[in-house]
Ligand binder design. Structure first.
Ligand code: PEP
Length: 247
């Protein structure tokens, strides 16, 4: 199974649903539709209405983040996995570099993963090195640390997906070379296999994916799909990624 996950970030109002309607329509007719899942993570404000609307359709709705507590607490503006799940989300991102940059620590991320799984949300756990770490050839050690500090053997790996998103690639148009990306993806899967003591969960790539460069990524069979930011705000760009992936 491949995954095409669209992360809307701070984008979208109720009528933006039109974008998803077009993606859903494409998906319904696509001859490859059984080979992949489309998941969209709109802002919190749209999860409930979109999840209701797409309930029996092809698009699955997720959340971009969740608070590191289970149900209810006195943290102003915080939204828990329980609350997210109760309005119909099926997935949540955890550890996006935007949120790490705003203060999410490994300890907080561990609790986010733990409580998301407890509340039956599948977790898309994001990891990635920054420009300096890449320059200093620290990519693999940074990724290993990000995974081993948060993921535990007793987490259900069937409900976890890992998204490798080099920070220097997000929103920049820059992408890793095919050979670097293959090497990194194989390494990530090896670390995950060691953590879970069984087959690795799915590993996605994210960072400036578009309809043109997806052809490079599709050569790397270890990549199980994509986390797509900018291009997920346009139905045409998002559909082009899927079309070109299966071309
Ligand atoms: C992201 O923020 O998760 C992302 C991958 O963004 P973009 O596709 O715009 O680089």
């Amino acid at each position: 199974m491949r995954y095409f996950i669209g992360n809307w970030k701070m984008f979208g109002v109720p009528k933006s649903r039109n974008i998803l309607n077009k993606i859903n329509k494409f998906n319904t007719k696509d001859k490859n539709r059984n080979k992949y899942k489309v998941i969209i993570t709109p802002p919190y404000t749209l999860i409930e209405s979109y999840a209701k609307y797409f309930k029996n359709k092809k698009i699955v709705v997720g959340s971009q983040n969740c608070y590191q507590k289970d149900q209810f607490s006195s943290n102003t503006a915080a939204i828990s996995p329980y609350m997210i799940r109760s309005i119909g989300a099926k997935y949540t991102l955890v550890g996006h570099s935007d949120n790490r940059a705003e203060g999410d620590t490994d300890l907080m991320l561990k609790d986010k993963v733990k409580y998301a799984l407890k509340n039956k949300l599948k977790v898309v756990f994001c990891i990635g090195e920054n420009k300096l770490e890449k320059k200093n050839k620290k990519t693999l050690s940074v990724l290993k640390k990000q995974m081993t500090k948060v993921l535990e053997k007793n987490f259900n790996k069937n409900n976890i997906i890992v998204a490798y998103e080099p920070i220097w690639s997000i929103g920049t148009g820059k992408i890793p070379t095919g050979s670097d990306l293959k090497k990194t993806t194989v390494y990530i899967k090896k670390v995950l296999k060691d953590i879970f003591n069984k087959k690795s969960p799915a590993v996605l790539y994210g960072g400036s994916v578009d309809g043109n460069n997806v052809e490079i990524f599709r050569e790397i069979e270890e990549i199980d799909g994509f986390l797509i930011g900018g291009a997920s705000k346009s139905s045409k760009k998002f559909i082009d990624i899927i079309k070109n992936y299966y071309r």
